[in-house]
Design a binder for this molecule. Structure first.
Ligand SMILES: [Mn+2]
Length: 251
């Protein structure tokens, strides 16, 4: 069983090269896999499934005609409003923010990754607010034009805040990583969000549901640009792969 994990594509009209690269990726690389997991921030922005944009419709069309792999989606902090309607259109199965997938004899916990940045209390508070289902319903009930204006204002604010935010606030908390892995009995974690792809080994073993103790290891997929990194798992053999939008891949 081959699984592919990607994230942080941040698809947007101003980067048609990334959209084309993604379409090439799903037509070529994803045809050779059994399951595709998109770990959030597929789109740079999302204000509701009812906004019919050329970009999101094209992506949905390309994804849904891909018969072979199962396709799974976890929302990111940019596209947390993606709903069932769009997922159905794209043939994506919407997964909970923290999910699990069995990789051979190890289990992996998968998530976007923003939940791991616990040092950034202000962001975590904001996240709790915007993930409130009642507030989301209220926002989605507003006319599209007003939602667009609110979203643009919030993007401006977050851009100016992020430019002065100390780097350690955007770091993943290792204690939170190990807390989740232990609670979920998963020795592997795969996420994105930080845009700093890496493989991190921890000096600790995690007890898994299958009664095996396995060393804890975390993989971070990269944001998409001319080059990007994604995770490919054949059974429990997991690799961080460097790829290019033009379709050339290397280990
Ligand atoms: Mn993100």
């Amino acid at each position: 069983m081959r699984r592919i994990f990607i994230g942080d594509l941040h698809l947007q009209d101003s980067r048609p090269d990334i959209t084309e690269g993604f379409i090439r990726f799903i037509r070529e690389e994803c045809l050779r896999c059994d399951e595709l997991y998109i770990l959030g921030d597929l789109f740079e922005a999302w204000i509701g499934d009812d906004e019919r944009a050329d970009l999101s419709e094209r992506v949905a069309w390309e994804l849904q005609r891909l018969r072979r792999p199962g396709k799974f989606f976890i929302r990111g902090n940019r596209d947390f409003l993606i709903g069932k309607e769009y997922c159905d259109l794209a043939g994506l199965t919407l997964l909970p923010d923290i999910s699990e997938v069995r990789l051979g004899r190890s289990s992996a916990v998968i998530l976007h990754g923003d939940l791991l940045c616990t040092a950034d209390r202000k962001y975590q508070k904001y996240r709790r607010t915007v993930s409130n289902p009642f507030l989301q319903r209220c926002f989605l009930a507003l006319p599209l034009s007003i939602r667009k204006r609110i979203a643009a204002g919030m993007r401006r604010k977050s851009r100016s805040e992020n430019s002065v935010k100390p780097l350690e606030l955007m770091e993943v908390s290792d204690s939170e990583v190990l807390r989740i892995m232990t609670a979920r009995q998963c020795s592997v974690m795969i996420h994105g969000h930080t845009h700093r792809p890496l493989i991190r080994d921890y000096n600790t073993e995690i007890f898994q549901a299958n009664s095996l103790y396995l060393p804890a290891r975390r993989y971070v997929v990269g944001a998409w640009d001319k080059e990007f990194k994604y995770v490919r798992a054949d059974g429990d053999e997991v690799k961080l792969i460097t790829a290019r939008l033009d379709g050339r891949y290397s280990l």
